[in-house]
Ligand binder design. Structure first.
Ligand code: BG6
Length: 497
């Protein structure tokens, strides 16, 4: 059966997504400071990523496993830092820093209308608390935006995608410290003033709800508990509201959006206990959008704080600020769905930010993530019904191992995944009337995996010749999916065959 159907809005923004820490490299160039990811090693499916520490006095060094929810216990006298002999994927990544012209030309050939990238905060403010920005860092992004402009590609910029300057973690305890609200505001002001006219669409914090699951990478927290997570969330909400306020003052034509990690939550069965489990689980993500987009703390969260003894460090005017300056649109990632149950004995599944019980109806990717052909339509409807704000899918995709055979990568599995994803979006627009503005599939060009630090977990339409230790020619090669996606964009999503 042909997959032709009603198409997408004429001005629909087809694109691709990246993030500095996984794509850019150039970790020590032109005055950039260290950011969180620069002290994270590579891991694998079996072995979690580690964070490294050094003791400058004794010369000792070591590793700490990145385990969900556990605080980082550093030996006395140690601080987070880089060990010379260790491979860190973010340091070189896939070298967009030096290859941006080639990559942007490829993006143009693919037909991208929007290119999602993040600005590495530590490139602009190397220590995060500096008074003056690093001009060389600002110039780098000028070059990127000018190059994109040459091809009429719109940038979509994430201001913080796991790239907190390391100093803000070690000196201030990350986002649990209210001072970071001011530092972020200074950073946002610098970006808006400098790039006004070049960048229209901004996202503040990548997958803001990651604070609850990946508190180090997302919030720079080393002391991890419900109170520090609540503080960090409040501070990021305040920073987000101040950023929206700033944009009205500096460049009202710009749009500042939230970025949420999302997965529709399915009750594992029709058992009422499973419904309650699903309600609770969905609220883990909704809490973040209820505040950042809805403008107020929801009662279910306040009750939870009351029960668990968490107190919000609110100051005068905070709640008014949150209500006055909500995010203007929702950008979200969605790689699948998650199941919830009140039965503790069920086997858990794997997935992106939100993990649940293994869903027996889904085929899984090589990394165990359930492949759900309908998750985007469901996600779009749930978010639109709740907030009535414009939506962008700023990440989705299939991480898989690709093989080069006679100079080609035949990635039919990726085409199949994408076809279902786009059909699902198309249904949400045409059948449900959801206001979806753009789609930037994750890693349109292969880059480093965030969860494992591997290179072999590939999402791209473009193959990059590098392995898990960073060896290879770094050459770019178009996969079969490149021509397919190009055709999808040319037909504005009408022809997915
Ligand atoms: C999202 C992140 O959680 O998922 C990206 O915003 C990440 O940074 C993407 O790369 C895919 O996850 P992974 O672990 O397969 O790279």
């Amino acid at each position: 059966m042909s997959s032709k159907n009603l198409g997408f809005p004429e001005d629909f923004l087809w694109g691709g997504a990246t993030a500095a820490n996984q794509y850019e490299g150039g970790a020590f160039e032109d005055g950039k400071g260290l950011s969180l990811c620069d002290v994270m090693t590579a891991g694998s499916k079996e072995k979690c990523r580690q964070i490294t520490w050094i003791n400058k006095k004794t010369g000792e060094s070591g590793f700490i496993d990145m385990k969900k929810g556990s605080s980082l216990k550093l030996p006395e006298g140690a601080e987070l830092g880089v060990i010379d002999s260790v491979y860190y994927p973010s340091h070189k990544a896939v070298d967009f820093y030096h290859r941006y012209k080639e990559d942007i030309a490829l993006a143009a050939e693919l037909g991208l209308k929007v290119f999602r990238l993040s600005i590495n905060w530590a490139r602009i403010y190397p220590n995060g608390d500096d008074e003056i920005p690093n001009e060389a860092g600002l110039k780098f992004y000028d070059k990127i935006f000018d190059e994109l402009k040459k091809y009429n590609i719109e940038p979509l910029v994430t201001m913080s995608h796991y790239e907190l300057p390391l100093n803000l973690c070690t000196k201030y305890g990350g986002w649990s410290n209210r001072k970071l609200v001011d530092f972020f505001e200074r950073y946002a002001k610098t970006l808006f003033t400098r790039y006004r006219g070049k960048v229209k669409y901004w996202l503040t914090f990548n997958e803001i709800n990651m604070l609850s699951f990946g508190s180090f990478v997302s919030g720079g927290l080393t002391d991890i508990n419900p109170q520090t997570i609540a503080n960090a969330a409040l501070h990021q909400f305040l920073a987000s509201a101040r950023t929206v306020k700033l944009k009205y003052e500096i460049a009202p034509e710009m749009m500042v959006g939230q970025m949420l990690g999302y997965a529709p939550i399915y009750p594992y069965s029709c058992k009422p206990g499973d419904q309650i489990a699903a309600l609770d689980k969905a609220r883990n993500a909704y809490f973040y959008s209820d505040v950042q987009v809805g403008g107020h703390y929801p009662n279910y969260k306040l009750k939870e704080y009351e029960r668990t003894g968490v107190t919000l460090p609110l100051e005068n005017g905070d709640l008014e600020l949150l209500a006055a300056y909500p995010s203007e649109f929702i950008g979200f990632s969605c790689y699948g769905s998650a199941c919830a149950s009140n039965d503790p004995n069920l086997q858990s599944g794997k997935g992106n930010v939100i993990r649940g019980i293994k869903n027996p109806y889904l085929v899984e990717s090589e990394w165990g993530w359930g492949i759900d052909p309908h998750c985007l339509r469901i996600a779009l409807n749930e978010l639109y019904d709740r907030y009535h704000k414009p939506l962008w899918i700023v990440e989705s995709g299939l991480g898989s191992q690709d093989e080069i055979k006679e100079g080609k990568v035949h990635d039919q599995y990726r085409i199949d995944y994408m076809r279902n994803a786009i059909k699902s979006m198309r249904d949400a627009i045409n059948l449900d009337g959801v206001d979806l503005r753009g789609f930037t599939p994750w890693g349109w060009i292969d880059l480093i995996s965030a969860s494992t630090g591997e290179m072999k977990k590939r999402y791209g339409f473009v193959y990059v010749d590098l392995d898990d230790e960073g060896y290879g020619t770094n050459q770019r090669l178009k996969k079969d999916s490149f021509e397919w996606y190009k055709h999808v964009i040319e037909t504005n999503g009408e022809d997915l065959d």
